[in-house]
Write a protein that binds this ligand. Structure first.
Ligand SMILES: NC(=O)c1ccc[n+]([C@@H]2O[C@H](COP(=O)([O-])OP(=O)(O)OC[C@H]3O[C@@H](n4cnc5c(N)ncnc54)[C@H](OP(=O)(O)O)[C@@H]3O)[C@@H](O)[C@H]2O)c1
Ligand SMILES: CC(C)CCC[C@@H](C)[C@H]1CC[C@H]2C3=C(CC[C@]12C)[C@@]1(C)CC[C@H](O)C(C)(C)[C@@H]1CC3
Length: 598
């Protein structure tokens, strides 16, 4: 049984990835499974380090003290540009060379700093534009490992805004061990914390019920609160439950078929990369054929319209049971398979937020499946059923223009998501979030039953559209789609292959993790160009329903709130991961979602 050399809260010297430079870091936790220490640097960057990359601060201090008596390194300060500076990827002048140059400028005659230059030149290079490569040629520089370095933001460095690699006076600084941050307290709680989790757990299902009851009314309005509740026993229907189960099993069957590509997810904390069967497009095509065949055989799809509430309740039960299963199994998995959030120790919060990062039954990835299949494809089937119901209710030979637009727009959104299914592997949910009630409910109830409200609304609330309105709405949709697709694809391509020649013209900021951040192209316009495109598309989904009621605008309002919140969650997560490189990105790209406004 290997011993744990360092305790949480201890101040130690951690090796900078890909270099032989050591910085003062605080140990946050140790994972017995991966044998890795999570440490935090002074600039806020969190990394996982192996035992051999950590040295005790005492060792550094002792050696340095004896050295300082003769050489007084404390009085010498070498400044350099850190790897976290903007780099033109096509440029041959790497951050490391610049770093070295900066050192030479500041202390040109120093033999010791020349050695530092050598070390930086070689060691920091791998951080530019891609994951750090294993060290090869240069041996460890012993003098450097006796020094102590600190990551600081450069206050006096105008446009560079980079962190500073500084040699610090060892004897002037005392390592101050802080209180031990338990794993439970290191990750701030989202969604209003524990109290918030209770609230959302009750509020979200109640809100869905409210919306589904409203949409059946002639005059849906927030003023109708509380809406007339149907007798409770009518909410549950065995047949609806059977349909939901069959649909989910059918999608699961399509998912496990050995058809389509096996894509690799992003590297996990352990370095492992999971494989995902990305055959979503195949699944929606087969589903469409199956639904068409069923309609052809006389199956009445308008059942979905008339039993919408019962189907939603059945899906809710399914998502709740799934969440219970997810919570229970998350208590038995090794720590390195857990997401950083969802470990508050509070049952309700952890149940809501989700704890296990990639719950799998053999190769069957539950989070990926739920996010991409039954709910998403089910949403399109529901929309189609609403078009049939509209024709029946309004005695039409074909669906209205508004209904066709809503159907086509949302179908395009889903088909695009499934066509580019691999891109989901670089999104927040797949990479960082645990799988719990929030996502299970979101994927299986929220998406199919609330995202289809515009189509449901149009069944009984016709909204004739003139040609100019039609053209304008289509143009808005296409604009949003273009921004959404281009930006998502650019990030996905960059994350998959940072040295892709097609992306060579883009500027990037290297970070201490070995990953870089795009700082030009779509990701240089705003920090979330994909959200901007998505919001413009959301506008195009609501416009066909007109302005008589607020209900069909509900998606737009909810989406603004969701994306603003997601953006701030992502910002904190990126700040934690990338430290001052992220700050630099934010200073360069000032707006979050809407250029010049927000
Ligand atoms: N319809 C809906 O209900 C709905 C809801 C939510 C989201 N969405 C859509 O789903 C898609 C995915 O959204 P998401 O919330 O997961 O966020 P995302 O924007 O796809 O992912 C955020 C991640 O991208 C990376 N990143 C951020 N800035 C970067 C930069 N400058 N260069 C390179 N990488 C950068 C970071 O991860 P790493 O650095 O770790 O790679 C960050 O954590 C979006 O298009 C969104 O509009 C739709
Ligand atoms: C209030 C809560 C219940 C919120 C739950 C949020 C989820 C419903 C969303 C979180 C991430 C979203 C997402 C899509 C659907 C909705 C979410 C699961 C998505 C699958 C829709 C199709 C897109 O093309 C997409 C693949 C980019 C997208 C990914 C994120």
């Amino acid at each position: 049984m290997p011993t744990v050399r360092f305790q949480s809260g201890e101040m130690v010297m951690g090796r900078w990835p890909g270099s032989n430079l050591y910085y003062e870091v605080k140990v946050l936790r140790f994972s017995p499974k991966s044998q890795l220490y999570t440490v935090i640097y002074k600039d806020g960057t969190e990394l996982e380090l192996k035992d051999q990359d950590i040295k005790s601060a005492t060792g550094f201090r002792t050696r340095s003290r004896s050295r300082s008596r003769s050489r007084s390194p404390a009085r010498r300060r070498s400044r350099s540009r850190s790897p976290a500076r903007i780099t033109r990827r096509s440029s041959s002048r790497t951050a490391a060379v610049a770093a070295a140059a900066a050192i030479t400028e500041s202390t040109p005659n120093s033999r010791r700093d020349a050695k530092l230059k050598d070390v930086l030149e070689v060691r920091l290079k791998p951080l530019v534009g891609g994951p750090a490569k294993p060290e090869a040629k240069v041996e460890a520089e012993p003098e450097m490992s006796q020094g102590r370095y600190n990551l600081r933001r450069r206050k006096d460095d105008g446009d560079a805004k980079a962190v500073e690699v500084k040699q610090l006076q060892l004897e002037e600084e005392e390592a101050k061990p802080t209180t031990v941050p338990a794993a439970t307290s290191t990750t701030p709680l989202d969604f209003g914390g524990r109290i918030g989790a209770y609230f959302w757990l009750l509020f979200l299902p109640a809100w869905v019920l409210f919306l589904l009851l409203q949409v059946t009314l002639v005059d849906p309005s927030l003023a109708n609160f509380p809406p007339p509740l149907p007798p409770l026993e009518t909410l549950f229907d065995g047949q609806a439950l059977g349909i939901v189960l069959l649909w989910t099993l059918f999608q699961a069957l399509l998912y496990i078929l050995p058809v389509g590509k096996l894509s690799e997810g992003m590297p996990l904390r352990t370095g492992e990369r999971l494989k995902y069967r990305t055959n979503g497009f195949f699944a929606i095509v087969v589903s469409a054929v199956a639904v068409a065949a069923a309609v052809y055989q006389g199956v009445d799809l308008t059942y979905i319209h008339s039993n919408f509430l019962q189907l939603a309740v059945a899906s809710f039960l399914g998502s709740f049971l799934l969440s219970v299963y997810l919570y229970v199994r998350s208590r038995y998995v090794p720590p390195d398979q857990l997401a950083l959030g969802g470990n508050s120790g509070n049952v309700v919060y952890d149940f809501f937020k989700g704890h296990e990062l990639n719950p799998r039954i053999k190769n069957f990835d539950l989070k990926f499946f739920c996010e991409m299949r039954p709910g998403l494809i089910g949403w399109c089937v529901i929309n189609f059923a609403m078009a049939l119901a509209e024709m029946q209710e309004q005695h039409l030979e074909a669906p209205s223009h508004a209904m066709i637009l809503v159907n086509l727009f949302q179908l395009l959104y889903v088909v695009d998501g499934l066509w580019n299914e691999e891109a989901i592997l670089t999104t927040m949910d797949l990479m960082h979030d645990g799988f719990g009630f929030m996502l299970a409910f979101g994927d299986l109830v929220w998406v199919p039953f609330t995202y289809s409200l515009q189509a449901y609304y149009l069944v009984t609330h016709p909204n004739p559209l003139g040609l100019p309105a039609l053209i304008a709405i289509v143009a808005i949709k296409l604009l949003g789609f273009y921004i959404f697709r281009m930006s998502n694809s650019q990030k996905n391509a960059f994350r998959r292959n940072p040295s892709d020649p097609k992306l060579a013209h883009l500027k990037t900021i290297p970070t201490a993790t070995g990953k870089s951040l795009l700082v030009s192209g779509w990701w240089g316009v705003v920090r979330h160009p994909n959200y901007l495109g998505d919001l413009i598309m959301a506008l195009a989904w609501s416009l066909p329903c007109g302005f008589s009621h607020l209900l069909p605008w509900y998606y737009m309002i909810y989406f603004i709130i969701l994306l603003v919140h997601r953006n701030s969650r992502d910002m904190s997560e990126c700040r934690r991961k990338y430290g001052s490189a992220w700050d630099e990105y934010c200073q360069t790209v000032r707006y979050r979602i809407i250029p010049g406004i927000y």
